[in-house]
Design a protein around this ligand. Structure first.
Ligand code: HEM
Length: 166
Protein backbone atom coordinates (compact mmCIF):
# COMPACT_ATOMS: atom_id res chain seq x y z
CA UNK A 1 0.00 0.00 0.00
CA UNK A 2 2.74 2.45 1.01
CA UNK A 3 4.74 1.58 -2.13
CA UNK A 4 1.71 2.15 -4.37
CA UNK A 5 0.90 5.48 -2.69
CA UNK A 6 4.53 6.60 -2.98
CA UNK A 7 4.56 5.60 -6.65
CA UNK A 8 1.41 7.64 -7.38
CA UNK A 9 2.75 10.50 -5.20
CA UNK A 10 6.04 10.67 -7.11
CA UNK A 11 4.41 10.26 -10.55
CA UNK A 12 1.94 13.07 -9.91
CA UNK A 13 4.65 15.27 -8.32
CA UNK A 14 6.64 14.89 -11.55
CA UNK A 15 3.62 15.95 -13.65
CA UNK A 16 2.73 18.82 -11.28
CA UNK A 17 6.32 20.12 -11.27
CA UNK A 18 6.70 19.80 -15.05
CA UNK A 19 3.42 21.65 -15.59
CA UNK A 20 4.45 24.51 -13.31
CA UNK A 21 7.84 24.83 -15.00
CA UNK A 22 6.36 24.97 -18.51
CA UNK A 23 3.47 27.38 -17.75
CA UNK A 24 5.51 30.64 -17.47
CA UNK A 25 7.12 29.80 -20.83
CA UNK A 26 3.67 29.35 -22.39
CA UNK A 27 2.52 32.65 -20.84
CA UNK A 28 5.56 34.35 -22.36
CA UNK A 29 4.61 33.03 -25.83
CA UNK A 30 1.58 35.35 -25.73
CA UNK A 31 3.79 38.35 -26.55
CA UNK A 32 3.23 39.86 -29.99
CA UNK A 33 0.17 37.71 -30.79
CA UNK A 34 -2.83 39.58 -32.16
CA UNK A 35 -6.40 38.22 -31.77
CA UNK A 36 -6.78 35.32 -34.19
CA UNK A 37 -6.34 31.55 -34.57
CA UNK A 38 -2.74 31.54 -33.25
CA UNK A 39 -3.74 33.29 -30.02
CA UNK A 40 -6.77 31.02 -29.61
CA UNK A 41 -4.61 27.93 -30.09
CA UNK A 42 -2.10 29.10 -27.45
CA UNK A 43 -5.00 29.99 -25.10
CA UNK A 44 -6.59 26.52 -25.49
CA UNK A 45 -3.27 24.71 -25.02
CA UNK A 46 -2.27 26.76 -21.95
CA UNK A 47 -5.68 26.20 -20.32
CA UNK A 48 -5.43 22.48 -21.10
CA UNK A 49 -2.01 22.26 -19.39
CA UNK A 50 -3.24 24.17 -16.30
CA UNK A 51 -6.78 22.85 -15.91
CA UNK A 52 -6.53 19.27 -17.16
CA UNK A 53 -2.93 18.26 -16.46
CA UNK A 54 -1.21 20.34 -13.76
CA UNK A 55 -4.12 20.98 -11.37
CA UNK A 56 -5.44 17.38 -11.23
CA UNK A 57 -1.84 16.16 -10.75
CA UNK A 58 -1.42 18.62 -7.84
CA UNK A 59 -4.70 17.42 -6.35
CA UNK A 60 -3.67 13.74 -6.48
CA UNK A 61 -0.11 14.52 -5.26
CA UNK A 62 -1.50 16.33 -2.21
CA UNK A 63 -4.08 13.57 -1.60
CA UNK A 64 -1.54 10.74 -1.73
CA UNK A 65 0.95 12.80 0.31
CA UNK A 66 -1.72 13.32 2.96
CA UNK A 67 -2.42 9.57 3.05
CA UNK A 68 1.33 8.90 3.37
CA UNK A 69 1.45 11.14 6.47
CA UNK A 70 -0.40 8.39 8.33
CA UNK A 71 1.92 5.64 7.08
CA UNK A 72 5.40 7.19 7.43
CA UNK A 73 7.57 8.93 9.99
CA UNK A 74 6.40 12.48 9.52
CA UNK A 75 6.69 13.95 13.02
CA UNK A 76 10.25 15.11 12.40
CA UNK A 77 11.36 18.66 11.71
CA UNK A 78 12.34 18.08 8.05
CA UNK A 79 8.74 17.19 7.26
CA UNK A 80 7.45 20.44 8.79
CA UNK A 81 9.96 22.31 6.63
CA UNK A 82 8.75 20.35 3.58
CA UNK A 83 5.15 21.34 4.33
CA UNK A 84 6.10 25.05 4.50
CA UNK A 85 7.81 24.77 1.08
CA UNK A 86 4.88 22.79 -0.39
CA UNK A 87 2.53 25.52 0.89
CA UNK A 88 4.58 28.11 -1.05
CA UNK A 89 4.49 25.89 -4.15
CA UNK A 90 0.68 25.59 -3.90
CA UNK A 91 0.41 29.40 -3.56
CA UNK A 92 2.55 29.89 -6.67
CA UNK A 93 0.34 27.34 -8.46
CA UNK A 94 -2.60 29.67 -7.73
CA UNK A 95 -0.53 32.62 -9.03
CA UNK A 96 -0.21 30.81 -12.41
CA UNK A 97 -4.01 30.38 -12.44
CA UNK A 98 -4.55 34.08 -11.72
CA UNK A 99 -2.19 35.05 -14.56
CA UNK A 100 -3.97 32.64 -16.93
CA UNK A 101 -7.35 34.12 -16.00
CA UNK A 102 -6.53 37.48 -17.62
CA UNK A 103 -3.55 36.92 -19.92
CA UNK A 104 -5.59 36.24 -23.05
CA UNK A 105 -7.70 39.39 -22.77
CA UNK A 106 -6.88 42.08 -25.40
CA UNK A 107 -3.71 44.08 -24.73
CA UNK A 108 -2.32 41.78 -22.01
CA UNK A 109 1.23 40.41 -21.99
CA UNK A 110 3.60 38.44 -19.76
CA UNK A 111 7.04 40.06 -19.88
CA UNK A 112 10.48 38.48 -19.83
CA UNK A 113 11.13 39.52 -16.20
CA UNK A 114 7.89 37.86 -15.07
CA UNK A 115 8.73 34.75 -17.10
CA UNK A 116 12.23 34.46 -15.63
CA UNK A 117 11.20 35.19 -12.02
CA UNK A 118 8.20 32.80 -11.99
CA UNK A 119 10.22 30.00 -13.63
CA UNK A 120 13.12 30.52 -11.19
CA UNK A 121 10.72 30.51 -8.22
CA UNK A 122 9.27 27.15 -9.31
CA UNK A 123 12.71 25.66 -9.97
CA UNK A 124 14.13 26.81 -6.63
CA UNK A 125 11.08 25.58 -4.67
CA UNK A 126 10.89 22.19 -6.39
CA UNK A 127 14.64 21.62 -5.96
CA UNK A 128 14.44 22.67 -2.29
CA UNK A 129 11.51 20.30 -1.61
CA UNK A 130 13.24 17.39 -3.34
CA UNK A 131 16.43 18.05 -1.37
CA UNK A 132 14.61 18.25 1.97
CA UNK A 133 12.61 15.09 1.31
CA UNK A 134 15.54 13.03 0.02
CA UNK A 135 18.29 14.28 2.38
CA UNK A 136 15.90 14.44 5.39
CA UNK A 137 18.32 16.87 7.13
CA UNK A 138 18.46 16.47 10.92
CA UNK A 139 17.08 19.76 12.29
CA UNK A 140 16.95 20.25 16.07
CA UNK A 141 13.95 22.52 16.70
CA UNK A 142 14.96 22.80 20.39
CA UNK A 143 17.63 25.23 19.21
CA UNK A 144 15.07 27.81 18.07
CA UNK A 145 11.52 26.74 19.04
CA UNK A 146 11.48 24.64 22.23
CA UNK A 147 7.72 24.05 22.29
CA UNK A 148 7.26 23.17 18.62
CA UNK A 149 7.02 19.41 19.22
CA UNK A 150 5.91 19.48 22.89
CA UNK A 151 2.48 17.93 23.42
CA UNK A 152 0.14 20.79 24.32
CA UNK A 153 2.74 23.37 23.22
CA UNK A 154 0.20 25.19 21.06
CA UNK A 155 -2.07 25.55 24.11
CA UNK A 156 0.75 27.32 26.04
CA UNK A 157 1.42 29.52 23.03
CA UNK A 158 -2.20 30.68 22.95
CA UNK A 159 -2.59 30.63 26.77
CA UNK A 160 -3.63 34.29 26.88
CA UNK A 161 -6.13 33.97 24.05
CA UNK A 162 -9.65 33.59 25.43
CA UNK A 163 -12.15 31.86 23.15
CA UNK A 164 -15.60 33.22 23.97
CA UNK A 165 -18.02 30.41 24.84
CA UNK A 166 -21.73 30.85 24.09
C1 HEM B 1 0.62 18.53 0.58
C2 HEM B 1 1.57 18.02 -0.17
C3 HEM B 1 2.44 16.84 0.22
C4 HEM B 1 2.34 15.97 1.27
C5 HEM B 1 1.28 15.93 2.37
C6 HEM B 1 3.44 15.03 1.16
C7 HEM B 1 3.70 13.98 2.03
C8 HEM B 1 4.67 13.01 1.85
C9 HEM B 1 4.94 11.93 2.75
C10 HEM B 1 4.22 11.70 4.08
C11 HEM B 1 5.95 11.19 2.23
C12 HEM B 1 6.62 9.96 2.85
C13 HEM B 1 7.80 10.47 3.67
C14 HEM B 1 8.74 9.39 4.14
O1 HEM B 1 9.21 8.59 3.31
O2 HEM B 1 9.02 9.36 5.34
C15 HEM B 1 6.33 11.81 0.98
C16 HEM B 1 7.33 11.35 0.15
C17 HEM B 1 7.87 12.08 -0.87
N1 HEM B 1 7.45 13.31 -1.31
FE1 HEM B 1 5.79 14.29 -0.68
N2 HEM B 1 4.20 15.37 0.05
C18 HEM B 1 3.63 16.46 -0.54
C19 HEM B 1 4.11 17.14 -1.65
C20 HEM B 1 5.32 16.86 -2.26
C21 HEM B 1 5.97 17.70 -3.25
C22 HEM B 1 5.40 19.02 -3.78
C23 HEM B 1 7.14 17.06 -3.62
C24 HEM B 1 8.22 17.48 -4.60
C25 HEM B 1 8.27 18.59 -5.30
C26 HEM B 1 7.22 15.83 -2.87
C27 HEM B 1 8.23 14.91 -2.99
C28 HEM B 1 8.30 13.72 -2.31
C29 HEM B 1 9.31 12.70 -2.53
C30 HEM B 1 10.47 12.78 -3.54
C31 HEM B 1 9.04 11.65 -1.63
C32 HEM B 1 9.79 10.33 -1.49
C33 HEM B 1 10.75 10.40 -0.33
C34 HEM B 1 11.38 9.06 0.00
O3 HEM B 1 10.81 8.02 -0.34
O4 HEM B 1 12.44 9.07 0.63
N3 HEM B 1 6.11 15.75 -2.05
N4 HEM B 1 5.53 12.92 0.77
Amino acid sequence: MTTLLKFIHLATIAIWSAGLIVLPFLFWQRRGLEPGPELDRLHRFTRFIYVEITSPAAFIAIGTGTALIFLQTTFLEWFSLKMVLVGLMAMLHVVAGLVLGHLFEPGRRFGRAAFVSLTLSYLVLITAILWVVLAKPPIDSNQFATELFTPGGLGHFFADTRIPMP
